[in-house]
Design a protein around this ligand. Structure first.
Ligand code: ASP
Ligand code: MG
Length: 423
């Protein structure tokens, strides 16, 4: 039995018919290596943005169901065209959408999670020697309703398909050459990583390294599918391999793997919440029920005499209107005070599997930011990540300084954590 390789091509890779023809070549190259190939594609170029724009011209708040009907059409175009391009080159191909395959999601519009993927039809087509071209980003509920997985969701479609088919690898083809230590548009001397662990990639994806959808990394981690991020336009370049930390050599001299900033969050401070059991549960429980993800959370120390806490937390900008409505609706019930919103924030983070149990790393980060005369508004840490909230205007400079201090600038660092294994 041949190995299955899942390939995913993003919108820039299929932006026009000439590019679609080159993608067909990359697909055929993989097939010629003797693999069974499943290809996942996004909508062409800026199609999805264009569809969103049209919807907004018609309605300020279009219904989520109709948005999914609309946005799912973009991928329908690219799968048919790519399948034709592959056929034109003399190979058998078939395009399939989520409904035809049975990519089953929960019943949530616009950010649905995949719960199951039916593989019987896929396996049959592969056995018949066909290359399958799958529409990314979309799913279908048990009742046959079309859903989408959230912007950038084709990555997740690809990894979930790879997991369901027990593929050997999932290759994410994009317009950059791999995963970098930070955004090369901000720090030109950023270095391409040869390998990065799922955990590090997840943190980097969450804090705004735009290469991969975080849920795709989570899915890969759970199913242990190796992901390779590589360039559509430089097929000989092996890109970055994302794999389990157990397959990597951690270099103690290199505790920080990457630096990233996220400008899409808003900080909310909910003041004077009575310091009694259950209030935080009520607050975050209500937000969770509405599907609003909360990122950093800080509860202040309850001073005697006052006996209330301020709770500060960050959310995605896109959830701001709904979040403030929810907070207003529970404010009386909690006997809480004012709500302050600060959208002039950037979350600057350092990530590295090698910083576990090394307190000096946090101190170096804070010192570096202090030396710039920049105020830190909030701090949060996990085992392999430290994040600081700063003002938006300070974000790029902080990223540059941290990149240098942690020895990530490309002229100084040997990022190579061992040779790339031949997966
Ligand atoms: N076409 C969708 C988007 O633009 C999905 C994707 O590209 O991954 O968000
Ligand atoms: Mg994308």
């Amino acid at each position: 039995m041949s190995d299955i390789i899942v390939q995913k091509f993003g919108g820039t890779s299929v932006a026009d018919t000439t590019k679609i023809k080159s993608v067909a070549d990359a697909v055929i190259k993989e097939k010629e290596l003797g693999n069974d190939v499943v290809v996942v594609v996004s909508a062409m170029g800026h199609t999805t943005d264009y569809l969103v724009k049209m919807a907004k011209e018609i309605s300020e708040k279009p219904s989520a169901r109709e948005m999914d009907m609309l946005l799912s059409t973009g991928e329908g175009v690219s799968i048919a065209l790519l399948s034709m391009a592959i056929q034109e080159k003399g190979y058998q191909a078939i395009s399939m959408n989520a409904m035809q395959i049975g990519i089953i999601t929960e019943s949530v519009h616009q950010k649905a999670r995949i719960i199951d993927i039916k593989t019987d039809k896929l396996r049959k087509h592969l056995d018949d020697g066909k290359i399958i071209v799958v529409a990314g980003f979309q799913g279908v509920t048990e009742d046959g309703e079309i859903t989408t997985l959230g912007r950038g969701g084709s990555d997740t479609s690809a990894v979930a398909l790879a997991a369901a088919l027990r593929a050997k690898r999932c290759d994410i083809y994009t317009d950059v050459e791999g995963v970098y230590t930070t955004d090369p548009r901000i720090v030109p001397c950023a270095t391409r990583l040869k390998q990065v662990s799922y955990g590090e990639m997840l943190e980097l994806a969450r804090v705004g390294a735009n290469v991969l959808h975080p849920r795709a990394v989570e899915t890969a981690d759970l199913s242990k599918i190796p992901i390779r991020v590589r360039s559509t336009f430089k097929l000989d370049n092996k890109g970055t391999l994302i794999t389990g930390v157990e397959n990597m050599e951690i270099e103690l001299s290199q505790p920080v793997t990457g630096v990233a900033s996220d400008l899409s969050q808003v900080r909310i401070v909910f003041c004077d919440i009575p310091d009694v059991p259950g209030n935080a549960a009520k607050l975050f429980g209500t937000l969770a029920k509405e599907n609003i993800s909360v990122d950093m959370i800080i509860q202040s120390y309850a001073r005697t005499g006052n006996n209330t806490n301020d709770i500060a937390f960050t959310i995605d900008k896109a959830d701001l209107t709904r979040t403030t409505q929810i907070l207003e609706s529970i404010r009386e019930d909690l006997s809480a005070g004012a709500i302050h919103i600060d959208d002039n924030i950037a979350k600057v983070s350092i990530v590295g599997a090698g910083m576990v149990d090394r307190p000096g790393i946090a101190a170096t980060m804070f010192e570096t930011i202090a030396k710039m005369g920049v105020n830190i508004k909030m701090i949060s840490t996990s085992e392999i990540k430290i994040s600081c909230l700063v003002e938006k205007k300070d974000s790029d400079e902080a990223i540059k300084a941290l990149h240098t201090i942690f020895n990530l600038d490309s002229d100084k660092i040997a990022v190579v954590k061992g040779d790339l294994p031949n997966i």
